[in-house]
Every structure is written in structure tokens, then in C-alpha cells.
Design a protein. Structure first.
Length: 383
């Protein structure tokens, strides 16, 4: 039997976009009715605004975060023979991007409090082949990238932060991405800043990296275009064609100014869950003092998770299990024997209990109370 249409959703693009109807139509119309340059201009405008919001010198709109991770790794010259340290509790995009460069993912355990990489366990995984670290800001929780920076600098490693879920989050008073060589955001529909299809961005303050990213995003063509005197193409690399679509960029430019208000509201929803759930036998997330997370979802630990999950879904709550099973147990990695995967006790413990509750800035007190009450009933059924 399939689930009912969720009563409490993870995202409400229809509500959000209806409220911004006039602004959105004004932004997409010139792209829709204009010439090719109009889409390019819409992308450039969004990129400038995103660089400003994230405190980086350059933002490059790309087709998705999956694409952004691949481009960023390749721009750092990660390739065959290299190892990249990451986590097993992520979307497959993270490890797959590493493998797609020809490099090998190595997995590190995480903190039980916020489910992000544990920097104290990273150095034991470094070998002469290690080239980079890809921390993941899971659920919108900033990984401790400042601590990783010290490790990376000691060993000459790059850091590419998978901030797909974390636009709007801060750490040490700076936007996520500030301590990385490059950070990657996703703008697909369920993300804290969602467009109407796919979208992503890579941000960096390293001009050389930005140049390489531009080249790889645009087929591998020299950034200055065809040789002026002859009109001949100049391909300086084997690249991809993965720019952010102009229409998506126009939508994102309208929504970006609302991000900080939406992030505040996401934190209020998370705080309301924490208050509502405090008497229940569940584990709540907790954070380093410097961490200012956003909440793409509110992720807790519960006993008899699969029973509780089914009960919530049957009651119309769009709960999800991100990411269960962890990557080293997925069929795609069967027989691959990911290095580090024999030492992931926290990752495995979290995967057995985690439950992601919906968070959207548009959820009201009644919606949150409904989720809390449904969860309380579901937990009662498990004792
Ligand atoms: C941690 C993480 N990284 C990367 C991605 C890929 O994002 P996209 O869908 O934009 O390719 C996701 C998708 O949910 C994700 O959760």
C-alpha cells in the first residue's frame, strides 16, 4: 500500500512560490522571452549575489550539487591513484563524485551529537595517497571544517565541503564553506534554498580554482572563447557542460534575499521540536558552541525506528531516513571494501536509530504539534 499524500511535507514550493508570484514572474519573463544572453545574465546576477551572501570571491552556478562536487574535485586535480577522505552517512553523490574522478573514497566516522565528520579520526586515515577531505554538512549541520583546515594544511590536502544541505548555516560567525578550498551547494526542491528543478553552485575564494572550475563547467574550452584572429576553438581540458540553467538562476535570485529569514524560521521549528520532544525517549541533536546550523530536517534517534517511521508515514508525516543504510552497506559498494568502513561504530549506531522529521519555514505550531503527537503515539506503540 502506498503512503497517503503527506499532510506535513518536507517542502512547500507551491506555497512559497505563490507568495512570491509577482517577483518570480518578473524575474523569469526576460529569460523566457529574451535572447541567449538573458539566461547567461540571470546566472551571472545570481552568482554575484551568492558570492556576497557566502562571503566568497566567486560563486559558479552548476547543474546540481552532484555536478559541483565532481567539478570541484577535478578542479583540484584529484584523479586516479588518489584517496579522498569523506563520510559514509551521506547521499551517494558524495562518494560517487570521488569515484567518478578515478580516485578512491575513504570513509571516516562521525560525531554522535551532530552526525558530521569527527576531525579527531581523520589523521589515522591519511596515507601518502591522500589528496583531499570532503566533509558533509549533513542535515544543515556545519562540519567542523576549521579543525579540518589545520589537519589539511599539515598534510597538504584540499578541502571540498559538501554543503549541499547547508546554505544559510554559519560556523565561527562565517558562512559554511569559509574554511574550505571550495564548497558545494544544492538548490533542488527539498533544499533550504530550492529552485523548481535541479541546481547547485560551487563557491571559492581561490582564483586559480575558480578559473579551472569555469573551464571544466564549460566543455573544457579556454575561458576567453575562440581564438579571436581565427575563430578556432581552444579546448584546454576535457570538461563537461554543467552550468546552472538561466531560468533556475532567475528563480533563485528572487528567493535568495529571503534565505536568512527562512533560516531563522527553520531554527525556530527545530527548537519547537526539541521542546515538544524533550520528555520522550529520543536522542536530540546537539551542536558545538560556534555552530549555527540550518535545519533542512530535524534528525533524532528513536528506538524501533522502522516501526516509528512507518507509523509517521501512515499518519501523513513526510519523515525520511537520510541516509539508511550508510554508503558502505549499499549495493553500489558491495565488494569495494571502502577503506575505513570497518571503523564506523557511530555511523552505524546513528543509522539504526535516525529519523528525519520535516522542517519547512512554512510549518506552523499546529503542524509541529501534529508531528510531535504522532511521534509520541508511535513510541507508545513500541513499548
Ligand atoms: C549531502 C548531499 N550531497 C550532495 C547531494 C546532491 O545534490 P543534488 O541533488 O543537487 O545533486 C545531496 C542530495 O540530496 C546531499 O544530500
Amino acid at each position: 500500500m502506498s503512503d497517503p499524500v503527506p499532510h506535513i511535507r518536507r517542502a512547500y514550493p507551491a506555497r512559497e512560490h505563490s507568495a512570491l508570484r509577482a517577483e518570480l514572474l518578473a524575474a523569469v519573463t526576460p529569460v523566457l522571452l529574451g535572447d541567449v544572453e538573458a539566461g547567461e545574465a540571470a546566472r551571472a546576477t545570481f552568482e554575484e549575489a551568492l558570492a556576497e551572501v557566502t562571503g566568497q570571491r566567486v560563486a559558479l552556478g552548476v547543474q546540481s550539487a552532484t555536478a559541483g562536487l565532481l567539478l570541484a574535485l577535478r578542479a583540484c586535480d584529484i584523479g586516479p591513484g588518489d584517496e579522498v577522505i569523506t563520510v559514509a552517512n551521506s547521499d551517494i553523490s558524495t562518494t560517487a563524485a570521488i569515484s567518478h574522478t578515478g580516485a578512491t573514497p575513504v570513509v571516516c566516522d562521525v560525531h554522535p551529537s551532530d552526525a558530521t565528520i569527527d576531525p579527531g579520526r581523520v589523521e589515522a586515515l591519511v596515507t601518502p595517497r591522500t589528496r583531499a577531505i570532503v566533509p558533509v554538512d549533513l542535515y544543515g549541520h556545519p562540519a567542523d571544517v576549521r579543525s579540518l583546515r589545520a589537519i589539511a594544511d599539515r598534510w597538504g590536502l584540499r578541502i571540498i565541503e559538501d554543503a549541499a544541505l547547508a546554505i544559510g548555516a554559519y560556523d565561527h560567525g562565517r558562512s559554511v564553506g569559509a574554511f574550505a578550498d571550495a564548497a558545494v551547494f544544492s538548490f533542488s526542491a527539498y533544499k533550504p534554498l530550492g529552485t523548481v528543478g535541479s541546481g547547485g553552485a560551487v563557491v571559492t575564494s581561490d582564483p586559480a580554482l575558480a578559473r579551472r572550475l569555469r573551464i571544466l563547467r564549460g566543455y573544457g574550452a579556454a575561458p576567453d572563447g575562440p581564438v579571436a584572429a581565427t575563430g578556432h576553438q581552444s579546448y584546454v581540458d576535457e570538461g563537461y557542460h554543467l552550468p546552472l540553467d538561466g531560468l533556475q538562476a532567475a528563480v533563485l535570485s528572487v528567493k535568495l534575499p529571503y534565505l536568512s529569514a527562512w533560516t531563522r524560521r527553520r531554527r525556530e521549528v527545530a527548537a519547537a521540536y526539541a521542546t515538544g520532544l524533550r520528555e520522550l525517549p529520543v536522542n536530540l541533536p546537539s551542536f558545538r558552541a560556534e555552530s549555527e546550523p540550518t535545519f533542512r530536517q530535524y534528525t533524532i534517534g528513536v528506538p524501533q525506528r522502522d516501526v516509528v517511521y512507518r507509523r509517521l508515514r501512515e499518519a501523513g508525516v513526510d519523515a525520511v531516513l537520510h541516509y539508511v543504510p550508510p554508503m558502505h552497506w549499499q549495493p553500489a559498494y558491495r565488494g569495494r571494501d571502502l577503506r575505513g568502513s570497518d571503523r564506523l561504530p557511530v555511523t552505524e549506531r546513528l543509522a539504526a536509530r535516525l529519523l528525519c522529521l520535516p522542517v519547512s519555514p512554512t510549518l506552523g505550531a499546529e503542524d509541529i504539534a501534529y508531528v510531535v503527537d504522532t511521534l509520541r503515539d508511535a513510541l507508545r506503540l513500541t513499548v
